[in-house]
Design a protein around this ligand. Structure first.
Ligand code: GDP
Ligand code: MN
Length: 393
């Protein structure tokens, strides 16, 4: 689960990690009110920041520094409600529904701090870099040595000496080291106690008067841990999520929308990935990842169908099921019912194996509907790619 920058900064503040003074605004009036308050309280300038879940807002024109109230008003007017396009939003961009108005910082250096799980090492890794502010993914790809790492032993946790190592490598001044250590230990605590899956401060800045601040903050949480964080769950902003993915999550379907034209309905995440691979191998492009789960019933299949077909790019549906807990005849009943109820017009290609496969095939045959059945996974994938050609909706 993702949250907005202003929400992430609220969490940091609770843990004693320094963030600039500022407040979120949902309307232009609120934004002006916040800006006025900041100026009255001595701010030399304010920064107007679009709050969307994607990064790269600065480059996309969603972050502007205003030297006075009139400028702040101009920027708030132009950014609020804009369709902000960044390298992470896709070509359509994301509508800006709220702003964060903050006191500007007198930036000396822009650095980077981040914590993620390194799955290969089965440890958390605390990263730091002097190349903050820009796209850190690019730094990691072009100059991996510019990212310093401390791996965290799960039994002992992040140690102060590790924070000091990173602080020295960042080239911080002696007077900033202790503050930086506290800052990093605070971030580690946030990561651990919120069950985060990613925490990124980019930029982590030093100011001309030697202070340290988190100027930007991104936190993602582990969805599987959200049951024990009611207060965090409330931070979810479904307006920022793909509407089909939101819909799918209501039915506990594991659905991720992709750009292709062949919809996949599969049971099991491993099989779902293999299915996407084999569609590509057959020269096609998957429209989604979808795991209907092991215990899916007829209703669940129908829900899944509805979601797949709501995607207007879909020109064929490829159902690839290995009947285990979900028996093939149950699936077939679901598919037939859904195809009838939803008046499915695109070709439906199936590859079925496993428990009650014969019964399942018979149900399809007796339905009077036109299904295409593949002999093997590869055969079915090829048939799906073929069937999708020239389909218009
Ligand atoms: P992102 O582009 O979505 O990662 O948004 P950021 O919050 O990181 O802002 C982008 C850039 O705007 C930062 O790297 C800074 O260079 C600049 N910026 C943000 N806040 C301030 C500020 O208070 N003062 C100044 N001078 N620049 C800022
Ligand atoms: Mn940033």
């Amino acid at each position: 689960m993702k949250i907005h920058e202003y929400q992430a900064k609220d969490i940091l503040a609770k843990y004693g990690v320094a963030v600039p003074r500022g407040e979120v605004a949902n309307t232009l009036d609120e934004a002006l009110e916040v800006a006025r308050r900041l100026f009255i309280n001595g701010a030399k300038g304010v920064v107007v920041k679009a709050q969307i879940h994607a990064g790269g807002r600065g480059k996309g024109g969603g972050v502007k520094v205003a030297k006075n109230f009139a400028e702040a008003e101009d920027y708030a007017k132009s950014i609020l409600g804009m369709q902000l396009i960044t390298h992470q939003t896709g070509p359509l961009g994301q509508k800006v529904q709220r702003l964060l108005i903050e006191e500007t910082a007198q930036i000396d250096r822009e650095l980077f701090l981040g914590i993620v799980l390194d799955r290969a090492k089965a440890q958390l890794v605390f990263m730091a870099s002097q190349a903050g502010g820009m796209e850190i993914e690019e730094v990691a790809a072009k100059d991996p040595d510019a990212i310093y790492k401390e791996y965290i032993d799960p039994a002992v946790g992040f140690q102060p000496y590790q924070a000091r190592n990173l602080a020295f490598k960042l080239g911080l001044k002696p007077t900033q080291i202790n503050e930086a250590v506290k800052f990093m230990i605070g971030l580690y605590k946030v990561y651990l106690e919120t069950d985060a899956s990613l925490l990124e401060i980019n930029p982590f800045i030093t100011t001309k008067d030697d202070k340290l601040f988190a100027l930007d903050c991104k936190i993602n949480f582990d969805d599987n841990a959200m049951f024990r964080h009611k207060e965090l769950k409330e931070l979810r902003d479904v307006a920022e999520e793909d509407p089909l993915e939101v819909e799918a999550s209501k039915y506990s379907l594991n659905y991720i929308k992709l750009d292709g034209n062949i919809a996949c309905m599969v049971n099991g995440a491993g099989l779902a990935m293999a299915t996407m691979d084999i569609i590509q191998y057959a020269g096609g492009s998957p429209a989604n990842f979808l795991d209907v789960g092991g215990g899916a019933n007829q209703q669940q299949i129908e829900n899944a169908f509805q979601i797949l077909l709501s995607d207007k790019n879909v020109q064929a549906v490829f159902i690839n099921i290995f009947g285990g807990i979900l028996r093939v005849d149950t699936l077939a009943q679901g598919v037939v019912a859904a195809a009838k109820n939803l008046n499915v017009k695109v070709p439906v290609v199936l590859r079925l194996e496993g428990t009650n496969v014969e019964e399942g095939r018979k149900i399809l045959k007796d339905s009077g509907l036109k299904f295409i059945v593949g002999e093997t996974m590869q055969d079915a994938a090829q048939k799906a790619v073929e069937a999708a050609k020239g389909v218009t909706r």
